[in-house]
Design a protein around this ligand. Structure first.
Ligand SMILES: [Zn+2]
Ligand SMILES: [Zn+2]
Ligand SMILES: [Zn+2]
Ligand SMILES: [Zn+2]
Ligand SMILES: [Zn+2]
Ligand SMILES: [Zn+2]
Ligand SMILES: [Zn+2]
Length: 1750
């Protein structure tokens, strides 16, 4: 098999050749020949097959070395004419480096674009250039590169400003105009030219070579062997899995090899899978072909395989090498680069388009991926880096464009590996784009190629996407890249037009109009009546096309806007195109006459609800856009004679857009329900922000354009007719419509909705004036208004606003320029995101009928705005805002508001509203009518205010509205109707609005009267009027405010009632938490009287005895109260036990072997610990058991039924706390406080040592000699029941719970199966107690909180139960076992000849020792007859361990720091002397491995700071064990803690007295400790030396700028697949390792399962818990075990206070320290697993993710 001979030796034949080979001689020979080409080919023919491809496995290192020696070196020598090492150096020295950076991007590398200065979004900088550029102070966008493309630094056309970074800044002696060849000798140029010609020709020959068994002439090998490769090629049809499967079958390789083959094929595009003689390879080929066909049922294509002769493969390998070499050599000099470009573009013998570059391009789709990548790279570093040749290359590219695109369509590779993707490098250069348009007619070429590839047309020649297959869909996707190219060409608008550019642009426009004509009217729909449609028609393709073209259409308009002549011509062309379209579909439409209110108009009979209608009208819409430009650029007024205005037929212009709008209205009215979702989706996109600019908006504009050229009455009648409402409003007695017509409720309902929609349309036609050219507005008014209306709905985050606004082709919304005028920014807290809020003064510009609101938006905005007004104590009318005036071309539109037909319609609706509705009219209909009246009144008011002379104002709505209705009898006027409706009880909601209308009418009347009498005082007069109105307003507002206040009070009363109710219902809960509060606060209160007379002590015979207190708790499940008693029912706390490495000081320590590990002593590096946490909720043990059984049963049923996971693993004992849903996996029993016996006589240290020595001896003889634990449980000890248990004080349920918790801790802590008999159970419990105390002590330090009184009660309860459980757990174990533990623990301090292998004191964590030894003493004491009190023993043990810890600290204190020694006061003199003395004693024992330290100050400081965490931990421990209240000083962070702490612990504040006071007794112990062999070993660097105090671990430091991380990740390669880029680089935030996540390559096996790199890492680094940052996604990942995980918001925010998960927006991201600290706190608190549990409960989809594969 292939893997065998990987270390191939260089064949000896070649060795001799190599030894005899002289580079210089070869080069000199070449220098003399005339036909270099033949000579070099001969050389290559001889050597290449000897170097490359000699076996099944390629050996790149040795091949490259040989190729360098035998092939490249002579070329270089020839090139330089001398030794290349000197020649190339000279070249480099003389080189004037290019100002272009040209750095080619790797996959995932960060790129930067300046949003202010980049010519277009494709202009990017590499990180180095960006950091040295001016743009880093600008608004920039950061993205990750998809690979390919290069840095545009230095390209003056790419940047409006700051084109150079500091590094690429051109020299002052600007030499860029100079020809780089000037520095080279003609000889050199000639040689260079020769050698490049030959090499490039060779590379092109070989890479485009398609014969498998032959070589090009001149390259035939001297001797042919029968060696072949079976070469597998990449395609995009077969999946990874299919390829792997096929290979395993066909070539009989392992899964691993198949994966590696498939990976290489995917990366390089081909890979040899077999090597051997021809027959052998041919066989493999046929098997692959057949089996790939068989197991891919869907695709008809087999995998592509070729059997190639080894010499062909060899030459192709070297051809790639040769291209690399060329790229390398031209890097030395710009002159060489230029020569290479010249060689490449030189026309070949076959005439046009036959240069080597052309040949490569045209063969692109035939080459394999690897070859394409290499030559593309060479193009980028040569042709694209030389400004002169870039242009020539662009021309060739444009000439070949059609061919290349066609090849690309046929090819199935992604676009990034196609030469067509180079278009972005060429077309985005503005001068180049323009040149290609004028000289190569590029615009036309692109559009024509595009149209040619969309072949599916209907009878009228329109595109047809119905019945469109998957393959066509695939093609369609590929064709879309052409639109991208067109976009590049158009992205920068010309500043100057030449006649030629005009001509070619208009030619391009013609082609474009041809394209649009194919779209006009495509995908028409017909309303389905009766039956529902059978199949949803395909609609997405047409919309995709529309969406892709949206920016192109906009850009074409912008181009037209830069030149009047072009605009006029374009307008004409577009109109012709539209007329042409209309001739096609005006058939069969009969003319009819409409008449109403004394006006009549001719139109056609057409019903949207009965005939075909299409939503696609791009030609009409383009014309609408151009029409606005006529007005905006004033062409319409300056050159009316050049415009075909007389040819315009307004009814024709509006017809199709109107149909489209009516279609939308009918869909809203529910008339098209049977047409299915396809139509609903189309309507949605028609209005959607992605499409509306070139769809809905333009239809509206076309209506405005048409209406402005028509009689308003005629316009409205046509509108009524198209809405199919004409019959209602035109009938003589329309005002009584519903009295007789109440036949069909559905029809009435439909007509109501249609009327609403039509009224809305009229409002929009008259009111939408914010587009420059329609209304007299500035460019930014439109966007301001959009933002304003979005923020009227609610405050929004930056990204939400961006999503709601249309983006231009540069992905800009223009929001940043104006946002501050309309909104203020509110920063986010630790959660949530920053929000923009509308400035209050902008609220008056709110328009309820804003044309871009959906119905949902509208009602939300209405509610929000009314609420706002109420809060301000204003009336709730939402009148229309004041509008800007129209441009002259559209000015006549206002007449719609005062035309007879409209007044007739208004009157009708108002008349209907007199009667209560009962469904005959609707509230929103009336609301719209009122709004329209308001608009008309404001129009009149505005005109009056703005006119200098009264007779200017022809607009007189007030007059018209006071006139009685016309036909048939004198009906009431609009004004009269309004007055009538004002007090109608059923119209209360509209009361404010009607009042506002009437007030405005009155105001206008006054204005007219005043101005009629004295035109000069108009202004002041109206103001006076306003003032009285103002007073009235004020009174009104006051009344309203009073009402609001009363309402508020009522609500408050209701709220507090509800709260009371809630408390009653949950009484028990509240009581319980109050009691808890009481319990923890009472500890501080209890002592206050006591503390005044006697100091509090928590350990030793003098320890304070807290008063007996009955402890009563309530079960959260049955709500019954229960007293905690040893003989009572067991009460338990829900608890979660987990392994932890949070405090680890040594992450390299391998995990222990769970079966053999002896956990008795914890190493001070704390590498693995067991943490216990609790939510503090208490249950009866039996209630909990019943609950857990129910959960188990439910889970079993669920798993059978649904096979879904839960966030917790019942099989592993996990459950959610029934009250707070906190993840738990066991329960801790609550135990009463241990009552120490009243103090009796206190034995001294000496006496105790003696007594305990005797005791231990007695125990030894009682049990026989104890062996080290490891052997202890391997030997089949049957320890059960052989020993007598002392009387057990606990009830049976408590005993049971003791076992439960003990077993759980043991199981989780050691990762073993539960075994109630295992002697390690009590050890694990003590250890967990100690570890949890230590972790809480650290947390309190980190959070800067006092030792006592700041913990939440759940933690207090948890610690108390843990400590008390620890002291009781021996009762559940075998007593001799626990006594054995005690003996061995004590032996670490007091040498015991009977105990072997005691650890050295440097290998023992003293708090763990203290906790274990104190807690295990219970088992000894129970059999004690010596009369020693427990308290006395505890104190002795504590003192002894404290001394040992001091020794430990001094031994590890390290050399003296050179800091200023502070002159300490008298007080500490004693301590310093003591420390010195102890240290010197230690030195006498240990010897020279302890450095000499003279400073007592330093030593004492080491002891004091080093021992503090231990003392604090001990205080917590004894406090919770004995329940002695802590002194008040420890409840705060005040100075003097040390003394208080020592006092509380019954220690002298000069700790050294512990030693010096008992020196003669302790000296032998000290000696024993110091002479332990482990000491010397550790001190001399043989072990892990932990120094004290141990610093708290932190998560790794993250850079402030997120792009630094991206950059770091982009250079990270997968550690397993040799140099490949990792797709999902993921950073461990605990240790800083970068991992290759979510990928086949880095899966490993863990406990028999394949897991991804992250999961594997968590087991080593975090004991199963992990915190990662997925760098490409900007997402934090929490993992716990193999099945649990969740994503968490990253600590990186943009300037708008938002995270960017997925890195889609590209705003610069910076580290938010607060949020990172929050994540760190979760970790330090051991809350990661809990957080995951909550996330998974909240979001069930998280449960289904295969976290172990990440
Ligand atoms: Zn750069
Ligand atoms: Zn640069
Ligand atoms: Zn900039
Ligand atoms: Zn209960
Ligand atoms: Zn709970
Ligand atoms: Zn890690
Ligand atoms: Zn990998």
């Amino acid at each position: 098999m292939a893997a065998a001979e990987s270390d191939r030796e260089v064949p000896s034949a070649l060795c001799t050749e190599f030894l005899n080979f002289s580079v210089k001689d070869t080069a000199s020979k070449w220098l003399q020949v005339t036909d270099l080409y033949k000579e070099v080919y001969h050389h290559l023919a001889r050597y290449v097959p000897k170097i490359y491809c000699l076996g099944p496995n390629l050996n790149p290192q040795s091949e490259d070395l040989l190729a360098q020696m035998l092939l490249q070196a002579p070329l270089e020598w020839y090139l330089c004419g001398e030794d290349p090492s000197t020649g190339l150096a000279k070249l480099e020295q003389n080189n004037q480096p290019s100002q272009l950076c040209g750095h080619v991007f790797k996959v995932g590398e960060p790129t930067y674009s300046c949003r202010e200065c980049a010519a277009d979004p494709t202009c990017v900088l590499c990180m180095q250039c960006f950091l040295g550029s001016v743009h880093k102070e600008h608004r920039y966008r950061m993205t990750t590169s998809g690979g390919g493309g290069f840095c545009d630094c230095g390209d003056t056309e790419a940047w409006k400003k700051g084109p150079y970074c500091q590094k690429h800044e051109p020299n002052i002696s600007d030499s860029c105009q100079e020809d780089p060849l000037a520095h080279l000798s003609t000889d050199m140029i000639a040689r260079c030219y020769n050698v490049f010609s030959v090499v490039l020709k060779y590379a092109v020959d070989m890479l485009t070579w398609d014969k498998e068994d032959e070589l090009p002439p001149g390259l035939e090998p001297p001797d042919r062997s029968d060696t072949y490769y079976c070469m597998l090629f990449n395609d995009e049809v077969h999946t990874y899995e299919q390829v792997i499967y096929t290979l395993q079958k066909a070539v009989n390789c392992t899964q691993k090899e198949a994966v590696s083959f498939a990976t290489t094929v995917d990366r390089d595009g081909r890979k040899s899978v077999r090597f051997g003689d021809f027959a052998f390879c041919e066989l493999a080929k046929s098997v692959i072909v057949v089996s790939s066909l068989r197991n891919t049922s869907r695709q008809s294509k087999p995998l592509r395989v070729q059997v190639m002769h080894s010499s062909v493969v060899a030459h192709q390998c070297f051809a790639l090498k040769a291209l690399h070499w060329l790229g390398h050599v031209i890097g030395y000099s710009d002159a060489l680069r230029r020569i290479l470009c010249q060689v490449g573009l030189e026309r070949g013998p076959e005439g046009e388009n036959s240069s080597l570059v052309d040949t490569l391009m045209l063969c692109d789709s035939k080459m394999w991926k690897g070859a394409r990548n290499v030559y593309h790279q060479l193009f980028m570093s040569s042709l694209l880096m030389d400004l002169k040749y870039k242009k020539l290359f662009a021309i060739q590219f444009a000439k070949n464009y059609r061919r290349l695109q066609t090849d690309f369509m046929e090819d199935d590779h992604e676009r990034v590996v196609s030469v067509t993707s180079l278009s972005v490098q060429l077309f985005t250069v503005p001068t180049m784009a323009r040149m290609l348009i004028t000289e190569e007619n590029l615009m036309t070429t692109i559009i024509r190629t595009f149209v040619d590839h969309l072949r599916h047309r209907d009878l009228q020649g329109r595109f047809q996407f119905e019945r469109y297959t998957a393959q066509q869909a695939f093609k369609f996707r590929r064709v879309q890249s052409l639109i991208g190219d067109l976009k590049y060409v158009l992205i920068s608008r010309p500043t100057e037009w030449s006649d030629q550019l005009r001509e070619k642009f208009l030619e391009g426009l013609d082609t474009f109009l041809e394209l649009l004509k194919c779209m006009q009217g495509m995908d028409p729909v017909v309303r389905q009546v009766g039956q529902h449609i059978e199949m949803e028609p395909e609609w997405e393709a047409a919309f995709t096309l529309q969406m892709k073209l949206t920016h192109i259409i906009s850009m074409i308009q912008e181009w037209c806007a830069t030149d009047e002549r072009v605009l006029i011509e374009a307008y004409k062309k577009c109109l012709t195109a539209l007329t042409h379209c209309h001739s096609g579909f005006a058939d069969g439409e009969q003319p009819i006459t409409l008449s109403m209110c004394g006006h009549s108009v001719d139109t056609i009979r057409y019903c949207v609800s009965q005939e075909k209608v299409s939503i696609h009208l791009p030609v009409s819409r383009l014309l609408a856009g151009l029409h606005v430009l006529l007005s905006k650029m004033e062409v319409a007024y300056r050159f009316p004679e050049q415009l075909p205005l007389s040819e315009l037929s307004p009814p024709m212009l509006i017809e199709h857009p109107l149909r489209c709008l009516v279609l939308c209205a009918q869909v809203h009215a529910g008339m098209w329900r049977r047409n299915g979702f396809s139509l609903v989706n189309q309507i949605y996109y028609y209005h959607n922000v992605k499409c509306r600019v070139e769809m809905f908006d333009k239809d509206l504009i076309m209506l405005q354009a048409g209406a402005s050229m028509m009689d308003p009455n005629h316009f409205l009648m046509i509108v009524l007719s198209r809405f199919e409402l004409y019959h209602i409003f035109s009938s003589a007695d329309c005002r009584k419509r519903y009295n007789r017509e109440n036949a069909n409720k559905d029809v009435v309902q439909q007509n109501n909705t249609l009327t609403e929609e039509m009224l809305h349309l009229i409002m929009m036609v008259v009111g939408e004036r914010f587009e420059a050219g329609i209304g007299q507005v500035e460019g930014c008014d439109e966007i301001k208004r959009e933002i304003l209306h979005q923020l009227c709905i609610r405050p929004m985050a930056h990204s939400e606003l961006v999503k709601a606004l249309p983006e231009n082709e540069n992905k800009e919304t223009g929001m940043e320029r104006v946002i501050d005028c309309v909104a203020s920014f509110k920063k986010p807290g630790v959660t949530g995101r920053g929000l923009y809020e509308l400035r209050p003064e902008c609220a008056k510009q709110f328009n309820l009928y804003f044309h871009h609101y959906s119905r949902a938006d509208q009602s939300k905005a209405e509610e929000a705005q009314r609420k706002l007004k109420r809060q301000n104590g204003e009336d709730t009318a939402l009148p229309p805002p004041v509008l800007p005036p129209f441009c002259p071309l559209f000015a006549s539109l206002v007449n719609i508001l005062q035309c007879d037909v409209l007044l007739g319609m208004l009157g009708a609706v108002l008349q209907w509203a007199v009667e209560p509705s009962a469904g005959h009219w609707s509230e929103s209909m009336l609301q719209r009518v009122l709004h329209l009246i308001g608009m008309a009144l404001l129009e009149e008011q505005q005109q009056l205010e703005n006119s200098s002379e009264d007779n200017d104002v022809y607009f007189n709505f007030t007059l018209k509205m006071s006139r009685p209705g016309e036909a048939p009898s004198n009906t009431a006027s609009v004004l009269a109707l309004l007055e009538n409706l004002q007090n109608a009880p059923h119209l209360e909601v509209h009361e404010d609005m009607i009042r506002w209308l009437l007030k405005t009418v009155a105001g206008i009347k006054t204005m007219r009267e005043r101005s009629a009498s004295t035109s000069t005082v108009t202004a002041s007069g109206s103001r006076g009027q306003e003032e009285t109105a103002c007073d009235k307003d004020k009174a009104e507002r006051k009344r309203k405010a009073e009402i609001a206040r009363l309402r508020r009070e009522k609500v408050m009363a209701q709220m507090s009632e509800m709260q009371r109710h809630f408390i009653n219902e949950n009484k028990e809960l509240f009581q319980q938490s109050l009691e808890e509060l009481d319990a923890s606060t009472s500890t501080s209160l209890e002592h206050s009287p006591a503390s005044s007379d006697a100091a509090l002590a928590c350990v030793g015979p003098r320890r304070s005895r807290p008063r007996e207190k009955r402890q009563v708790v309530t079960c959260i499940l049955c709500q019954e109260e229960q007293e905690i008693r040893a003989d009572g029912k067991a009460m338990v706390l829900a608890a979660f036990v987990q392994r932890s490495t949070v405090m680890s000081k040594n992450r390299t320590r391998p995990p222990h072997d769970p079966k053999r590990y002896d956990p008795l002593f914890m190493h001070p590096d704390l590498s693995f610990g067991t943490h216990t946490g609790s939510c503090g909720h208490i249950m009866h043990s039996h209630c909990w058991q019943r609950y857990f059984e129910a959960v188990q049963a439910k889970e079993q049923r669920r798993q059978q039924r649904l096979r879904v996971h839960t966030s917790y693993d019942v099989g592993n004992g996990e459950f959610l706390c029934p009250l707070c849903e906190c993840l738990s996996n066991t329960v801790i029993p609550l135990l009463p406080r241990t009552m120490g016996s009243s103090s009796c006589e206190q034995p001294g240290l000496g006496q105790w040592l003696k007594t305990s020595g005797q005791q231990i001896k007695a125990m030894h003889s009682a049990h026989r000699k104890l062996q080290p634990v490891s052997e202890y449980w391997n030997a089949e000890h049957s320890v059960k029941g052989t020993h007598m248990f002392p009387s057990n004080p606990y009830s049976s349920t408590i005993k049971e719970m003791l076992t439960t918790f003990g077993t759980a801790t043991y199981k989780v802590g050691l990762k073993v199966h539960p075994n109630e008999q295992d002697p390690r159970i009590p050890i694990m419990c003590w250890s967990s107690c100690a570890y949890t105390i230590q972790s809480i002590e650290r947390l309190l330090v980190d959070e800067k909180k006092p030792l006592f009184g700041s913990l939440p009660c759940r933690q207090d309860d948890c610690l108390s139960s843990l400590a008390r459980f620890g002291s009781a757990c021996w009762t559940a174990a075998c007593q001799p076992t626990v006594q054995g533990h005690f003996i061995r623990l004590l032996a670490a301090l007091i040498p015991d000849p009977q105990v072997e292998a005691s650890p050295c004191i440097l290998d023992v964590d003293m708090l763990h020792l203290l906790v274990s030894v104190v807690l295990s003493y219970g088992s000894v004491h129970s059999q004690d007859s010596s009369g020693l009190s427990v308290d006395a023993v505890q104190l002795h043990l504590f003192h002894l361990i404290t001394v040992a810890h001091m020794v430990q600290i001094l031994l590890t204190s390290g050399p003296e720091e050179v800091t200023m020694e502070q002159e300490s006061g008298e007080a500490e003199r004693g301590e310093e002397e003591g420390a010195c003395r102890l240290y010197n004693t230690l030195r006498t024992h240990v010897g020279s491995s302890l450095p000499e330290v003279g400073s007592g100050w330093h030593l004492w400081r080491c002891v004091k700071t080093g021992i503090l965490p231990y003392l604090r931990g001990a205080a917590l421990f004894f406090h919770h064990l004995h329940g002695v209240p802590a002194p008040p000083e420890l409840h705060a962070l005040c100075p003097g803690q040390w003394e208080v702490l020592c006092g509380y612990l019954s220690l002298p504040s000069n700790l050294l007295q512990l030693f010096h006071g008992q020196q003669e007794l302790l000296e032998p112990l000290l000696h024993g400790w110091c002479t332990h062999p482990g000491i010397q070993q550790t001190l001399q660097g043989g072990g892990v030396l932990v120094s004290f105090p141990r610093e708290s671990n932190s998560l790794i430091d993250l850079p402030d700028d997120y792009s630094a991380l991206i950059n770091q990740a982009s250079s990270f390669t997968c550690p397993k697949s040799g140099g490949d880029k990792s797709r999902a680089p993921t950073l461990c935030l605990v240790c800083g390792s970068m991992l290759c996540s979510q990928s086949y390559c880095c899966q490993t096996e863990l406990e028999g399962e394949d897991v991804g790199a992250c999961t594997a890492h968590t087991f080593a680094c975090g004991a199963g818990v992990g915190i990662f940052l997925r760098v490409r996604e900007s997402q934090v990942l929490f993992l716990a075990g193999k099945t649990k995980g969740c994503f968490y918001a990253p600590p990186y925010l943009d300037d708008y206070g938002e995270t960017d998960q997925g890195l889609r927006r590209g705003n610069p991201l910076h580290l938010c320290h607060e949020r990172y600290r929050k994540i760190q706190k979760l970790w330090r608190q051991h809350s990661i697993t809990e957080e995951i549990g909550h996330a998974q409960e909240a979001n069930q989809t998280l449960v289904g993710i295969d976290w172990q594969h990440l």
